[in-house]
Design a binder for this molecule. Structure first.
Ligand SMILES: O=C(O)[C@H](O)[C@@H](O)[C@H](O)[C@H](O)COP(=O)(O)O
Length: 260
């Protein structure tokens, strides 16, 4: 049975720091329990700010970084090293500053080499990477993700799953190419809802009043086709980590303030 928690922080900076502390603790606990940890990163401002907060935290040394696997929930299909790529921003914010094993960082392919101009083939390759890392006994085509991080757009999108887009209806493939994204750049690769839902915990980290309506709808029963964030639930836990702006339209009873 999955639980849903809503935790509200004063502002985006406190949200990023608090989410970073929560992530450090969750990774340390996962490593204590099963010897390693598998984390799925998100792009976007708050997702990247959170990674920078992990880097700044002295507690990040409590993580056994060589035993962490890093995946992505989505990626902008751009050339390697493009500053707009989620991988580039995650490396700048955190991954290039911790002793992580390069082979355990699994970026989605860039628009380059054998994948140049072919996001479908890039998505296929990422599906193969996910499947190769899946536990044979788990009868799954993705690894056991301990924490899957997501940002949320004003339209309720998560990863690169946008309202009414075909990728939302994908029930088989773990990752797909997305064309015509309303959020630039237009071509992306994204995990699908079944992959997202396979994670033990899904954390939706959301800041800003422009997201308040999407947050309200997602937590008030909207369907995932209209509000994809509504479909982003974890097997054991779904955590909505919000700042006061993103929480400003929450219905009564869903309003649990973590800080004044
Ligand atoms: O590649 C991306 O753009 C992200 O994965 C996307 O899903 C992002 O998380 C949301 O759009 C929220 O972005 P902000 O936190 O910047 O509002």
């Amino acid at each position: 049975m999955s639980s849903t928690s809503v935790i509200i922080h004063r502002d985006p900076d406190v949200l990023a720091e608090a989410a970073a502390a929560r992530l450090i603790t969750r990774v340390v606990d996962a490593q204590a329990a099963r010897g390693h940890a598998s984390v799925v990163l998100t792009g976007g401002r708050i997702g990247t700010a959170m990674l920078a907060a992990v880097r700044r935290s002295p507690a990040h040394s409590a993580i056994d970084w060589p035993r962490v696997d890093i995946w992505w929930g989505d990626e902008r299909f751009l050339p390697p090293g493009d500053p707009e790529r989620n991988e580039t921003q995650a490396r700048d914010a955190l991954l290039d500053h911790v002793p992580i094993e390069p082979a355990r960082v699994h970026p989605m392919p860039a628009d380059d080499g054998e994948f140049a101009g072919d996001p479908q083939r890039a998505a296929e390759a990422y599906r193969a990477s996910l499947a190769a890392a899946a536990q044979p006994s788990a009868d799954s085509d993705v690894p056991e993700f301990d924490v899957l991080m997501l940002g949320v757009g004003p339209d309720g999108h998560v990863a690169s799953l946008f309202p009414e887009f075909p990728a939302l209806y994908e029930e088989e493939r773990a990752a797909v190419a997305v064309h015509g994204s309303p959020k630039p750049p237009p071509t992306r690769i994204s995990l699908t809802l079944p992959s997202i839902r396979s994670a033990a915990e899904v954390w939706l980290t959301v800041a800003g009043e422009d997201k308040a309506a999407a947050v309200r709808m997602a937590l008030s029963g909207a369907g995932p086709t209209q509000i994809p964030a509504a479909g982003a639930t974890g097997r054991h836990a779904t955590m909505w980590l919000l700042d006061q702006g993103a929480a400003s339209e929450l219905p009564p009873g869903l309003d649990r303030r973590a800080t004044a």
